[in-house]
Design a protein around this ligand. Structure first.
Ligand code: FAD
Length: 405
């Protein structure tokens, strides 16, 4: 037995190898978490209900997230970033999402979907030109993958781009795109078919389209059930010309690159779901002590206690799954399955928790003035965006080696 352990490199007398999974945050991560919590409580929570009712995109808060360093967390210091990783982003998204899911998704999408494709696949010139303003909060950017005819079926793209001299000419439509038409939108990076491969499959390439380019027409903001203050629209491209240099990443790698962006994005979306669960738990603990029925606080009734205990369980399990996926990503280890597990588990727990939280609040929970009422509306989309629950299950099944459907 000892021989087997030696061969496998197991030495039970030694501490775990450096770089092993640790559930302890570093002092810097703890400080980030506390700082973001303070910002969320002092600056974000107070106006959340009014912003939700007005449905206004909160430009000032986006800029403030830039000033406080939240929009640059996983980017290099040379661009004004924080030099951290996905775990740092998850910590911040959870804390903002704990009080305001709309601002939480704006943080997540500005970093993971807007800036990350440029950071990971852009040329040095594209990084120099665009990243500083996205990190400082002066600008945001969109990620244009979904089309009216294809969300889950990402291979069913129809938008085309044809090289004409030194410009790409883009025609097509995108659907449900965040940060693509706000007052501070700088650009949207899209997928477009730029040719055919030898096997007949489309060649897909990423192109950066600056706001205001003639032929790039953002539609009206979508009237969403939740996430009421985000910028989300359908986009139209009509003979829209962008310089040939606006290609992001290699020609023909556009779909693969965007899907790899979504791998990390869905971990950050799981963190947003953790924030929602934790926010419901915070609210219900408070209200269960304040509100009385039958001569005692409702929190003294076991049915209410059990609901709240279940929220604590959901928060812990979802957070553990999210941090584990983020830690693997930051360690440069495979994290694809873990990202899907975290996104699926956290988002489904979020919808269950939000429903239970409204129940704990009774009638008051069924208003947009109450945080739990807003969480209830915000929760559902967590099971849809950045890959539906069905997609997560399909990917997990594929990673398990099950036969292709
Ligand atoms: C608020 C919001 C913000 C968004 N932001 C962005 C963004 O910034 N950028 C972007 O590119 N996209 C964005 N999206 C789009 C989002 O990613 C898509 O809505 C999502 O991927 C689902 O695509 P769909 O809406 O076309 O649904 P469909 O693909 O039409 O799916 C409909 C239903 O069928 C199921 N289904 C489809 N195929 C299968 C299958 N093979 N097996 C089992 N079930 C299947 C789906 O799971 C779903 O339940 C956003 C969406 C919303 C609502």
């Amino acid at each position: 037995m000892k021989q087997v352990e030696e061969l496998a490199g197991i030495d039970r007398g030694q501490p775990p190898p450096v770089g092993g999974l640790s559930y302890d945050l570093t002092p810097a991560q703890e400080e980030l978490r506390a700082r973001t919590r303070a910002f969320a409580v002092q600056k974000v929570a107070p106006g959340a209900a009014e912003r939700y009712a007005r449905g206004e995109y909160p430009v000032d808060l986006v800029r403030e997230m830039g000033r406080t360093g939240l929009l640059g967390l996983p980017f290099p210091v040379e661009w004004g970033g924080g030099g951290g990783g996905l775990l740092e982003l998850c910590l911040a998204v959870e804390e903002i999402g704990r009080v305001d899911q709309s601002l939480g998704i704006t943080l997540e999408s500005t970093v993971s979907l807007g800036a990350m494709p440029i950071h990971r696949f852009g040329t040095p010139e594209q990084r120099r030109r665009w990243l500083p303003s996205l990190i400082s909060g002066e600008a945001v950017a969109g990620f244009g993958l979904t089309e009216p005819g294809g969300g889950t079926d990402t291979a069913g793209l129809a938008t085309t781009a044809v090289l004409d001299g030194d410009a790409w000419v883009i025609n097509g439509e995108k659907a449900w795109i965040g940060n693509a038409g706000s007052p501070i939108t700088a650009f949207v990076t899209i997928t477009a078919i730029t040719g055919r491969r030898d096997d007949g499959r489309p060649e897909v390439t990423n192109l950066l389209v600056p706001a205001g380019t003639p032929g790039f027409v953002p539609g009206e903001r979508n009237d969403l059930v939740g996430w009421r203050t985000i910028d989300n629209r359908h986009l139209c491209f009509v003979d829209c010309r962008v310089p040939a240099d606006n290609m992001v990443g290699e020609r023909g790698r556009g779909l693969a690159n965007f899907l790899s962006i979504l791998d990390a994005g869905r971990v950050a979306l799981a963190a947003l779901a953790v924030g929602l669960i934790q926010g419901c738990l915070d609210e219900c603990r408070r209200y269960a002590a304040e509100r009385s029925a039958f001569g005692r606080p409702i929190g003294a009734h076991q049915a209410v206690q059990f609901r709240i205990a279940d929220m604590a369980v959901a928060a812990q399990l979802a957070r553990d799954a999210t941090w584990r996926a983020a830690w693997l990503a930051d360690a440069g280890r495979p994290f694809h399955t873990e990202a899907c597990v975290a996104k699926l588990a956290a988002s489904e727990a979020a919808t269950t928790t939000a429903r239970a939280a409204v129940q704990v609040f009774g009638g008051l929970g069924y208003t947009n003035d109450s945080a739990v009422g807003r969480f209830y509306r915000d929760a559902k989309v967590l099971e849809i965006g950045e890959g539906t629950s069905e997609v997560q299950r399909m990917l997990i099944a594929r990673d398990l080696g099950l036969p292709a459907a």
